[in-house]
Design a protein around this ligand. Sequence first.
Ligand code: NI
Length: 136
Amino acid sequence: MVYLTRRERFNAAHKLWVDDWDDEKNFAVFGKCANVNWHGHNYELFVTVKGTPDPMTGFVMDAKKLSKLIKKLVLDELDHRNLNLDVDFIPKKTQPTTENLVLSIWNRLEPHIEGCQLHCIKLYETENIFAEYYGE
Ligand code: NI
């Protein structure tokens, strides 16, 4: 089994907030991500597929095709958007945390991967914080 990873980047705004909590509790739990007038992150996304290299091409998957798929299905909808409000494939009542974003991105991409399998969605929100999802 060989693993192939494509890296992409996007920028997006969000706010983490629970309406049922008062301001003090929201700021205590979510910190700067609770900023009332939104804030942005420079996200770094790693999409890994797995499979056996094709005997003719040597590809697990054509990396250009994977990039186009990620661009069309994910980046075109997330980049320069508000993750709380603008993105149809992010469930409206979930917090747009890095953890929830990897689930949404997996569900968005997985049905479109052909000839190999999606292995991992890894998303960096900052250089020190990232989440991974392996479909389980
Ligand atoms: Ni944030």
